[in-house]
Write a protein that binds this ligand. Structure first.
Ligand code: MRU
Length: 333
């Protein structure tokens, strides 16, 4: 794995999660012993990123059944309620349920959770190559949020394409947005890029359109939390704005996500539930008020980019150019 620190460590009867809230200042692991611990870690953002929360939830079920054989359904509900938008969470729980119905043993569940974890890395490596194939030489790219090893089973989705593209000498400039309010870009993506030795520059979220107007940017490359049947894509808040700016400036827009991120039950992006978090995440910063006391805030943490603004969706099963419902169905239906 290309990251020096492993963010999700399975240790027989405990799940060790690198507490991403403390990065890059501190590298501290949070030990989860129950499904509730895992659900709290997911809701509290100690572990985040669509594939990573699916992997963590799968291990959460193992922890639960290790302690109490009949707790599968209850634990599954608690974990499913921890965050609503990333469908990878529900996808992983459903996959674990399939195993539980056939073979209701801790061993079978543990094996499946490890498989979900390992497969994610393999899928990311595959997507890294497929996405890098789309890049011109000397490409300049912008990425948003954190989609790297921290958000996945390793290598990353959008950041995986950047890693693979850089390794193949196709990328010369990387800009990553800071990603208000949790700063996944400034704290996590910058940390991963620096560890990897990939030269990159941090960008205020609001600076992307200006950058596109002044410099040649080839691709915006982002991950996804849920992709509807028609290709509409939910991802970190600010992604839609980037896609609009990219279209205005002739910059291509790539979404990179494994098959577990597709939800063909949602016909369009309008059916994707969008998580809204507490106003405090915007009005306060590390306990310090940055807005007037008592001020309210609207804090949706994902948005939906319509398929018509997306040039390519890269999945481990293949690449969909100019996505629409027929193309998605042909690859994933
Ligand atoms: O709120 P977060 O940090 O969980 O949001 C993460 C994102 O939006 C990522 O872009 C997405 O999950 C893809 S991660 C490979």
């Amino acid at each position: 794995m290309s990251n020096a620190v492993n963010p999700i460590i399975w240790d027989r009867n405990r799940l060790r999660l690198l507490d991403q809230r403390l990065l890059p200042a501190e590298v501290v692991y949070l030990d989860c012993l129950t499904a509730k611990d895992v659900a709290e870690a997911i809701h509290g953002m100690a572990v985040r990123g669509a594939p990573a929360i699916g992997i963590a939830a799968a291990y959460g079920l193992v922890l639960s059944v290790q302690k109490e054989h009949d707790s599968f359904a209850r634990a599954s509900e608690v974990l499913a309620a921890s965050r609503p938008t990333a469908v990878n969470l529900r996808w992983a729980l459903e996959r674990m349920r399939g195993i539980w119905l056939r073979t209701p043993t801790v061993e079978a569940l543990e094996k499946e959770a490890i498989a979900i974890h390992d497969e994610d890395l393999a899928q990311n490596l595959k997507m890294g190559e497929l996405g890098a194939d789309l890049l011109p030489s000397n490409a300049s790219v912008i990425t948003h949020c954190n989609t790297g090893a921290l958000a996945t089973g390793g290598h990353g989705t959008a950041l995986g394409v950047i890693r693979s593209g850089y390794a193949r000498n196709r990328i010369t400039r990387v800009y990553n947005t800071e990603t208000r309010p949790w700063l996944q870009g400034a704290r996590l993506t910058a940390w991963e890029l620096q560890q990897e030795g990939i030269p990159a520059q941090l960008l205020a979220d609001g600076a992307a359109a200006h950058l596109m107007s002044r410099e040649k940017i080839d691709w915006v490359i982002v991950g996804a939390d849920r992709i509807a049947a028609n290709g509409d894509t939910a991802n970190k808040i600010g992604t839609y704005m980037l896609a609009v700016a990219a279209k205005r400036h002739g910059v291509k827009f790539m979404v990179v996500a494994p098959s577990g991120t597709f939800d063909l039950r949602c016909r369009t992006g309008a059916e994707i539930p969008i998580e809204e978090r507490t106003a405090k995440e915007l009005t306060e910063f590390r306990g310090q008020m940055i807005a007037p006391v008592g001020y309210d805030a609207f804090n949706p943490v994902f948005d939906v980019t319509p398929a018509e603004l997306i040039d390519a969706i890269v999945c481990e099963r293949g690449v969909i150019l100019n996505p629409d419902a027929d193309k998605l169905n042909a690859l994933l239906g």
